[in-house]
Structures are given as C-alpha cells and as structure tokens.
Design a protein around this ligand. Structure first.
Ligand SMILES: Cc1ncc(COP(=O)(O)O)c(C=O)c1O
Length: 403
C-alpha cells in the first residue's frame, strides 16, 4: 500500500540515491572493526585548544555573530582566503569572486542548481567523488566518464568524447575534476594536462569545476598551480574546503570564480540556507588570522605521511602478491586499489567478517562495471599501529576468495 508520502514524492525523490558510504557507517561502527572506509581526518590532529582560543569572539562580537550573516560569507574570512590562496590561484582574487559555502559539498549542490537541466551530461573522471556524482545525478545529470592514470584525467580523450556526444545531440554542461590527490583515485593532474584542459574547455565552451579539498595536504613534491590560474577567460570555478586542513565540523568551504557564476550561486544559496553559520565562519577566521592554519598544515602532513607510507608498505607486502596495484598518492587521504579478478563486493562481505572495512569501487564509477575490481582505502583516520593488522586481514580475505 502506498503512503501519503510516496504518492507525493517529487520525481527527484523517487529517483534519489542514498550515499553507499553513509549507509555503511553502521557496519563500520561495529566493535573491533578496523575502518579504512570513511574519508575522515584523524581526530588526534584537530587543533581543539587553539580553535577554542577564538571562542572569545562570541563575547566580543556576539550581537553580530548570533544574527543572520550575509549570503556571500564573512568578509574578513574571504579576505584571509584571498591572500592564503593567492599563490595557488595565480593572483589575489577579489572578494566578489568568492563565496563561502557550508562545506564544499554545498558548492557542488549550488553549482549543479546553476548549471544542470535534467538530461544534461557532465564530464567526470572515472572513478570520481561519490557525493559529487550523487549531487549531479539528483539534478538529473548523466555522465561521460574519462579514464585516469597517474597524471590524472586523460584529457587527450576529451575532444573525441565531447564531439561524439554533441553529434548525438547531447548537451555537455561542464567538466568536473578533482585535481590534487584524487578521491578516490589518488592521482594528481599534471601541469601539462591542467593547461590542456583549460584549452579544451575554451575550445568547446564548456566550463570546469575544479574541486580541490585535498590540495594543501601534500606529502612530497611541489604544489602545482590551479587550473583556475591558467584560465584567462573565467570559465573555471575552483572549490576549496577547511574540512581536510582544519576540521570538517566547521562546515566551511569556499568557491572562487568569475563574478557572474558566483552571483548565480549566491542566489541559489539564498534559497538553500540564507547564509553559512556566522559563528563557524568567525571561529575559523579567528583561528586563521593568528597564523594557526599555516602552522597546522605541517602537523597534518607529518601525521598522515607515515600512515600513507605504512599503508603502502603493507599493501606491497600483503596485497601485491595477489596482483593488486595502485597509484601512490603524493597527498590526500586515499589508496585506490586495482584488484584484477577480485570482486570488491564479495571481498567486502568477507572483509567485514574479519572486521576490516573499505569502500567497494562500484559507486565511484560512472559505469559500475568499471569499479567491480576496485577498492578505496583511507589511511588518515586509522592509527598507524593497526594499519598492518587491517591490511593483513584484507589479504586473508582475498586468500580465501582465491582458494
Ligand atoms: C573531492 C571532494 N569534494 C568535496 C568534498 C566535500 O567536503 P566538505 O563538504 O566537507 O568540504 C569531499 C569530501 O570528502 C571530497 O572528497
């Protein structure tokens, strides 16, 4: 029997996809489970005391901070970000080229509202960030997945894909890319490909969404300029976030782009939440203003690099003998395993019995088949001393499947 709710659901609600990762949380929370599943920072690096130090702003400026804020975002934090990101962006952007969002997840949502009509096509890496795919899907998008290698999206394939899509009457609305330390792929787009992507975007008049929540979490090598910095025509929107470099609980992200698209996103944000929390924005600003963010980044990096190295050592020792391979991430949070001949959905069931969890590859892939023999492993959240235990349990599970 249908319910009053079911009868009245929107088209979107009838087709909406819950996040497989969020749905897995119950499993991950089982006692004794070693979780490589979530994309979470390590709580031990949260700068609780220094963050708390800024709480005096509530007394000093409470009458403003407890009021609604502007939709565009807390001006002092935008000014800080304009200068903090200047090197990456190629210049100090103006504050009206920036919008503060409730996490960069909201940037994806606002961008999708501004660009996607039902049936439009979005170009993404294949695999890509699950919650971006879900957001775009919920707005009615379909996908053109581009394979990746250790230099990121294979942009040389784009002209052919775009031309074919157009010949078939498909409307290609934008290119979504995670440039640094890809989630889930781990790769970073090379400088040459960044420039080429801008050239392709301009040649075909298709804008770019450059998603970069991990960019400042680099364990080795030099930072690369953003795609935004090469785009002299204003067709690239860059999204950053405090989630991985400070705390996801702050729920503060930012987007930088041409004033026209920023203004459009502001209008959608007015309808989404009026403004991001002025309290959170000012607490984050207090923290950043004192130079704490710049001091904190090396702490994060020094905490995560040994975890990444430990995980790679264990992958080499326990999983490589089964033909498993990966791109070593120069930063970020994830290893993406290529496991020829191993069905990750079967492996997940066995792994959970052995109390180790990861995320199966299928939901990250535009065509699920491409993700069957893939798995995403997070290395930032776990303690280094359990990584070996977890990977060896995974190897045991694979061994049993192969037996
Ligand atoms: C590639 C990518 N984009 C965006 C986000 C959203 O992050 P937040 O909303 O916490 O800023 C994430 C979170 O994991 C991510 O991995």
């Amino acid at each position: 029997m249908s319910t009053v709710w079911e009868d009245n659901y929107s088209y979107t609600a009838r087709n909406v996809r819950p996040s497989p990762v969020r749905e897995m949380l119950a499993v991950i929370k089982q006692p004794g489970m070693i979780s490589f599943a979530g994309g979470m920072p390590a709580p031990e690096v949260f700068p609780v005391d220094k963050f708390y130090e800024g709480a005096h702003v509530l007394k000093d400026d409470g009458k403003n901070l407890l009021q609604y804020g502007t939709t565009e975002g807390y001006a002092p934090l935008k000014e800080f970000l304009a200068s903090f990101t200047a090197e990456r962006m190629g210049r100090t952007v103006a504050t009206d080229e920036m919008l503060l969002t409730t996490g960069s997840q909201q940037a994806l949502e606002l961008f999708a509202s501004a660009l996607i009509d039902r049936g439009d096509f979005v170009v993404t890496e294949n695999p890509s960030y699950l919650a971006a795919l879900t957001t775009f899907y919920n707005h009615g998008a379909q996908f053109l997945g581009i394979p990746t290698d250790n230099e990121g999206m294979k942009v040389d394939l784009l002209p052919g894909v775009i031309e074919k899509a157009r010949a078939e009457g498909k409307k290609v609305k934008f290119i979504y890319t995670i440039v640094n330390f890809h989630n889930p792929g781990g790769s970073t787009m090379s400088l040459e490909r960044r420039k080429k992507l801008v050239e392709i975007s301009q040649r075909y008049d298709i804008p770019i969404f450059e998603d970069d929540p991990y960019g400042y979490v680099r364990y080795e090598g030099d930072h690369l300029p953003s795609i935004f910095s090469f785009d002299d025509k204003g067709g690239t929107l860059y999204a950053g976030s405090f989630s991985k470099i400070l705390a996801p609980g702050s729920r503060i992200g930012w987007v930088t782009g041409n004033k026209e698209i920023i203004r459009k996103m502001v209008v959608f944000k007015q309808a989404a939440d009026l403004c991001s929390s002025p309290i959170c924005q000012s607490l984050v600003y207090e923290y950043c203003r004192k130079g704490y963010l710049s001091e904190h980044l090396p702490v994060i990096i020094e905490t995560y690099r040994p975890k990444r190295d430990k995980m790679e050592e264990c992958l080499q020792k326990y999983l490589a003998p089964y033909g498993v391979s990966w791109v070593k991430p120069e930063g970020g949070f994830f290893f993406w395993l290529d496991m020829p001949g191993i069905d990750s959905r079967e492996l997940f069931k066995k792994a959970v019995e052995k109390k180790v969890a990861f995320v199966v590859g299928t939901p990250f892939c535009v065509d699920e088949a491409a993700g069957i023999d893939k798995a995403r492993l997070n290395f930032t959240f776990v303690q280094p001393d359990v990584i070996e235990d977890g990977i060896s349990r995974l190897a045991e599970a694979i061994g049993e499947m192969k037996a």
